[in-house]
Design a binder for this molecule. Structure first.
Ligand SMILES: [Zn+2]
Length: 65
């Protein structure tokens, strides 16, 4: 039986043979890299997949509070 794991970004199942493993796609891999970059600057802000997707689309948003 085929073993899979879940993409840490979008939670889709990913085959262990996937070239982007543990991500489902290059896009999710880039989002995860964005997490690491963001953590350098915003350590106290919790990061969840939905926020990460928004951040990936609007990387220069600085917050309006
Ligand atoms: Zn994914």
């Amino acid at each position: 039986m085929a073993r899979t794991l879940k993409c840490p970004i979008c939670k889709k199942p990913v085959a262990l043979t996937d070239p982007y493993m543990p991500f489902c796609s290059d896009r999710c891999k880039l989002i995860d890299l964005g997490h690491w970059a963001a953590e350098k600057y915003v350590i106290s802000t919790p990061i969840d997949p939905e926020a990460a997707e928004e951040a990936a689309e609007r990387p220069e948003q600085g917050g309006e509070e």
